[in-house]
Design a protein around this ligand. Structure first.
Ligand code: FE
Length: 297
């Protein structure tokens, strides 16, 4: 008889369900990006509606930016790894997003905003994640917060893994932004080769890992650079083990599904087609951002 030594204690962990490659596309005024979560994954990844990854040294891939455009019915998290972007919106918010910083915006009943690269050359790299709003909050007032790199809470594991907590909470530490109902957890994990970390996840949450750089193993499965792995739903598993096969950077997203109808038409995400038609009409009539009590006048 021999006793096997296990590299870590074995909690039940979520396994990889699907690997998603993302689809090259362009949005805004010709910004080249990879749509990792799009329409086809909105039910599976509820409450996440979209995940775009962008990263280019070529000015022509990003210079057009995202000039004035509307949103209604959801929230955005923009996380910049490199470069600078300037934000302006109809609610009066203005900000300069710099490398390592994040911006959270709740479009609520409506914002019109612009997101423009503020650099002439060099690398622009980051993500934009769309998080749905529950039906009851879709027409709430818009909100906005910017959090600079140094103000994003970070948890460092005993093994030296550095985890930026953009949204939600980890190991009892609150992240930069918390949201009720959808409970998004968004982590930027920097992990050294050979290290294994346990990340606790609520078992009702939908969860996925996107490998920014490097490569990781999840049990027997592997995930490499620019792949997103959707984690299976397992009511008996309380998290995930990830092992870095080389020095890696991984974005983890998890959230509580709303289980409400999702109807998207471009920049509007509502629960019914009628609400979408209303949003389009409000936008055409320059009433997208008007509060309901002023609307009646
Ligand atoms: Fe936008």
């Amino acid at each position: 008889m021999t006793t096997m030594t296990k590299p870590f204690d074995t909690k039940r962990f979520r396994r990889l369900e699907t690997i998603v490659q993302g689809r090259a596309t362009s949005d805004g005024a010709g910004v080249q990006l990879t749509r990792v979560i799009g329409h086809s994954l909105q039910q599976r990844m509820d409450p996440f509606l979209m995940l775009d990854a962008f990263g280019s040294q070529e000015r022509s891939d990003y210079q057009g930016g995202f000039p004035d455009h509307p949103h209604r019915g959801f929230e955005t998290l923009t996380y910049l790894l490199a470069g600078r972007m300037r934000h302006h919106d109809s609610a009066g918010h203005e900000g300069l997003l710099e490398a390592g910083g994040m911006q959270w915006m709740s479009a609520g009943r409506g914002v019109i905003h612009s997101e423009m690269p503020e650099q002439e050359e060099g690398l622009l790299e980051g993500f934009q994640l769309w998080i749905n709003l529950p039906a009851k909050d879709k027409l709430s007032a818009p909100a906005y917060r910017e959090v600079a790199h140094n103000d994003i809470p970070r948890w460092t594991s005993p093994q030296g893994t550095s985890i930026a907590i953009l949204m939600g909470a980890l190991m009892g530490m609150d992240g930069a932004i918390q949201r009720p109902l959808t409970e998004p957890l968004v982590l930027d994990i920097k992990i050294e080769a050979g290290v294994t970390e346990w990340i606790p996840l609520k078992n009702e949450h939908h969860a996925a890992l996107y490998v920014i750089r490097g490569g990781i193993a999840l049990g027997q499965d592997r995930l490499t650079q620019r792949e997103m792995g959707i984690l299976e739903q397992d009511a008996t598993a309380e998290g995930v083990y990830l092992t870095a096969e080389r020095q890696s950077q991984v974005l983890l997203i998890a959230g509580k599904p709303l289980q409400e109808p999702i109807i998207q038409q471009g920049p509007f995400v509502m629960n019914t087609t009628l609400e979408i038609l209303q949003a389009i009409e409000d936008f055409r009539n320059a009433r997208l951002t008007v509060p309901p009590d002023e609307r009646a006048r």
